[in-house]
Write a protein that binds this ligand. Structure first.
Ligand SMILES: Cc1cc2nc3c(=O)[nH]c(=O)nc-3n(C[C@H](O)[C@H](O)[C@H](O)COP(=O)(O)OP(=O)(O)OC[C@H]3O[C@@H](n4cnc5c(N)ncnc54)[C@H](O)[C@@H]3O)c2cc1C
Length: 475
């Protein structure tokens, strides 16, 4: 880095500029969002990212001619903050939503062979929008389907503001509400494992209720699924970078912050190799452990709580076939270790054959398994799942392992997650792990970035840009 921040006085001379400086540390979705929101309000922003690219936990890399995402990412129509982010970086058209929720669910455990069910919605009001799909869902008995309906209504009645929800686990609540082990596997965990990154028995009732109430029981279209039809890096790195540049943010990658401190006037110093950046506000948008390491003394009442927030892994298994073996954009499965399978062919730039990515959440048991063992397990499973794979040639097989993909959504985690404000004036926290009410998702990251920027702008006496109000209201 060469350029230091300009003296405060000169900034006020720039038309439309507040004469205030902010440094945002961490170029994941939380940090990018904060930087954009602050810059949109006229603050002069420097964004610092340790890695060579923006996007944090949601990124792409090259493997020969293939552009690979580190992990399949999806979002839902109810993810209003992430959708705002997509709009802000002009990426909405590249990550479209389904017109209507439609999830093919293949069960391999049926004695009569593979059986396809679908989770779909109608145009009817909540909760009737799922009624027909549930009534015909073949992977549950009639009695189980009726009980699912009753549990969904009970879930709808839970008050998300009730802190005792976070002290209970979702699995016990489901059992107490008449859900069989099969109903948990074939319905609740099917959705919950992918969104919470934990099975019901390991998940906070508060977070699970939040996901199911918002996604399935708020608005008929809330759970329609969206995903990037381009590599994640195209959105979270290239387009994000373009938006930051246009907004006037100075972005530095390959630059790690080593310490932060403030002086008696409340002015912050951010140390990076070879330079000290000065700022009126600092947003620390890094993972919880890194935040703990960088937080100055006294910034949080009990900083050690950050270290109590557990993490959970996600494994992605990537298979390139010499031909098309999956005819839908994605599917999910029962009676097999395979969780969700996505067709990544077009997004990856593959010209011949088909590239599938298997997204395996809550992968504690498999995350450290050798590639050979995973290959031996997953290729035969894919052949069971997709008859077309039986005669197909596997051109490439590899895995991506994210050991700390998300924070662990365990009961009690809510009391460990800090809000955006710290006790140190001018220092704010952001990150999917902060207290957004959401599990560790892109939505949570963007919401946290908006909250941190909003708090900083209030303290700087800057009006928030009007577009931030709508995101904050939704948040
Ligand atoms: C495999 C996988 C699959 C996922 N699937 C989904 C999904 O389907 N849907 C969904 O919504 N979410 C999903 N997630 C979660 C989602 O990716 C994250 O919640 C979100 O990206 C977190 O963003 P963040 O900005 O909070 O943190 P991060 O992405 O962790 O960003 C923090 C950044 O800070 C940087 N940093 C750390 N220390 C320093 C330092 N000292 N100096 C400078 N920079 C520093 C890091 O390099 C990093 O880039 C998935 C995650 C993974 C890994």
């Amino acid at each position: 880095m060469t350029e230091g921040t300009r003296p405060e006085g000169s900034l006020a001379d720039i038309p439309g500029h507040s004469g205030r400086d902010a440094v945002v540390i961490g170029g994941g979705l939380a940090g990018i969002t904060s930087a954009l929101a602050l810059a949109d309000a006229g603050v002069r922003v420097t964004l610092i990212e340790g890695r060579p690219r923006l996007g944090g936990l949601a990124f792409s890399f090259q493997r020969g001619d293939l552009t690979v995402d580190n992990g399949q990412h999806v979002y839902l129509r109810c993810c209003t903050a992430y959708r705002w982010f997509l709009d802000r970086i002009e990426g909405t058209a590249l990550a479209p939503l389904q017109d209507r929720l439609d999830v093919p669910v293949l069960d391999l455990d049926k004695p009569e062979g593979r059986r396809l069910g679908r989770l779909r919605r109608d145009a009817l009001p909540v909760p009737l929008h799922l009624g027909r799909s549930l009534a015909t869902y073949p992977h549950l008995s009639l009695a189980e389907r009726a009980k699912v309906g009753r549990a969904a209504l009970a879930l709808k009645g839970l008050d998300l503001a009730d802190p005792t929800l976070d002290t209970q686990d979702f699995g016990s609540w489901l059992t107490a509400h008449g859900q069989s082990a099969r109903a948990v596997e074939a319905l609740w965990d099917l959705v919950g494992v992918a969104t919470l990154n934990a099975v019901a028995g390991d998940a906070s009732l508060g977070l699970a209720a939040m996901v199911f109430k918002t996604g399935l029981l708020s608005d008929p279209g809330a759970a329609d699924i969206g995903w990037a039809h381009v590599p994640l890096g195209e959105l979270h790195d290239r387009l994000a970078r373009k938006a930051l540049d246009t907004a006037g943010v100075r972005t530095e990658v390959r630059t790690r912050v080593t310490s932060i401190s403030s002086d008696e006037n409340g002015r912050w110093s951010v140390e990076v190799p070879g330079e000290t950046l000065h700022a009126d506000a600092v947003v620390l948008a890094v993972a919880q452990r890194e935040a703990y390491d960088l937080l100055p003394d006294g910034a949080l009442d009990a900083p050690e709580k950050l270290l109590e927030i557990g993490t959970a892994p996600i494994l992605n298994v990537h298979v390139v076939y010499d031909r098309k073996v999956l005819s839908t954009p994605f599917l999910t499965a029962l009676g097999t270790p395979v969780q969700w399978v996505f067709d990544r062919t077009e997004a990856s730039g593959l010209r011949d054959g088909q590239y599938l990515a298997l997204s395996q959440s809550a992968a504690q048991d498999e995350i450290d398994e050798p590639v050979a063992a995973l290959r031996e397990r997953y290729l035969p499973e894919l052949e069971r799942l997709l008859p077309g794979a039986r005669g197909a040639h596997v051109k490439d097989f590899f895995v991506t392992r994210e050991r700390t993909a998300t924070f662990a959504p365990t009961p009690g985690v809510g009391r460990l997650r800090p809000g955006a404000r710290t006790k140190a004036s001018g220092l704010y926290l952001a990150g999917a792990w902060t207290a957004t009410g959401w599990p560790a998702t892109m939505e949570s990251a963007v919401r946290s970035g908006v909250s941190a920027a909003g708090a900083a702008l209030s303290a700087l006496g800057r009006p928030r840009p009007s577009h931030l109000f709508s995101v904050e209201e939704a948040a």
